[in-house]
Design a protein around this ligand. Sequence first.
Ligand SMILES: [Cu+2]
Length: 156
Amino acid sequence: MALSPLSMLVVIATIFLPSVAVAKEFVVGDGHGWTIGFDYAAWAADKTFQVGDVLVFNYAVGEHNVFKVNGTAFQSCTIPPASEALSTGNDRIVLAIPGRKWYICGVEDHCSAGQKLVITVQPQTLPPTLPPSPTPAPSPRQHRPHFGRWVPNIFH
Ligand SMILES: [Cu+2]
């Protein structure tokens, strides 16, 4: 093993701390894409959506589309004007504002058949070490004198 336990911790922290603020990309329905006969409530149930994350709606062009609607239209499957539809088959929506977001398909009766997605977008959480903090992440240089007594035992 080339790395001491302390070095491993530093490496792990270096890898994971910056990722806290990195946007995630959610392919709606995963491999199923945006379609009828899929439970989008179940799909969303175990996911946390944050500001900056991206929703991707994948579907065959013409078979489906995506409307962003309000809660009322979501419940009643009221289809907005066609000009408001996203219809590229690979629609990417950046979640810019926290709160509840509703999406429905406007093709035929797909919404009534369950092709609808509601999510709650959380405010973005900043990395805990970003502002000056009384307990910053340990740096190897600061701790070298403290661990000086046992480090040689590991490397000799
Ligand atoms: Cu559809």
